[in-house]
Design a protein around this ligand. Sequence first.
Ligand SMILES: Nc1ncnc2c1ncn2[C@@H]1O[C@H](COP(=O)(O)OP(=O)(O)OP(=O)(O)O)[C@@H](O)[C@H]1O
Ligand SMILES: [Mg+2]
Length: 296
Amino acid sequence: MSIIEKAAGKLGKDEKSRVIKVSEGESKMPVTDVGVVLGESITAHGELGAQKAVSALSHVEINLAKLRQMGGITPNEEKTQIVEEFRIIKRPLITNAFKLGIGQANSGNLIMVTSALAGEGKSFTSINLAISIAMEMDHTVLLVDADVARPSLPKYLGVSNDAGLMDVLLDNTLDLADVIHRTNIEKLTLLTAGRKSQHSTELLASQGMSALLKEVAQRYKDRIIIFDSPPLLLTSESRVLASQMGQIVLVVEAETTTQKTVLEALRQIEACDNVNLIFNKARTYPGGDYYGYYYS
Ligand SMILES: Nc1ncnc2c1ncn2[C@@H]1O[C@H](COP(=O)(O)OP(=O)(O)OP(=O)(O)O)[C@@H](O)[C@H]1O
Ligand SMILES: [Mg+2]
């Protein structure tokens, strides 16, 4: 029995838990630029509560060529293995997001991507999941870099880490709409980590963060919010965030992460009822033993 099967067994009491495989892949599809066609409006965060249309948000240009080089999904890509895998991964997350209810504590549309250790593929998964969901007809996505100590989304996406999540938490004159960027990927908006703070764990555990999460979940009801986060066993930020999420995606690096480590990570997030395991960088061929879901 593999680590993942055992981990799935451990999760067995929760019928919503599942394990999905992502292969170590490389996309070779040509890059296609997508124009921004966002007609909806979003509400600004903060006391003013002013309406600010998406078109009024500042714009950042995601480097699609860089994404493609990294093996990630780019818009309008044809059927590649990675595209298909994320199609499978996103479906139960989207279904659950709206089934669990939006806007209350631990809102279903708040999805954190985490892992036990560093380098297992959290950021890779967050980006691909966000882009894959943004390809849906009905859903928009906000990708949040909640790895505030060591943000890597700016590097992967080729954007700068200017004012972001930490700035909104530190400065209550800032609105969310001041720091969320629209992007050259239709229906994908981005919130970077922003300035570094020694008190990041406390800030993420603060009432300000709870209020921000509630607002983001309530105001953007058709929106899935994906949080890239730090490793669970090496930092305290992810544990704090986990307690406020509706769903968690736990990335497990194939052939590297031990069973003990996975189980310890699962213990850290047991407060969340909706945990999905992703077996990442797997070398098995799709259709092999690991492909598909493991339901309990
Ligand atoms: N399925 C995959 N196929 C190919 N490359 C992958 C895959 N998953 C991750 N990688 C690569 O592995 C490396 C580490 O991934 P990533 O940065 O996403 O990990 P992380 O868990 O976010 O790390 P950290 O803990 O440092 O934030 C990156 O170079 C990424 O491109
Ligand atoms: Mg990362």
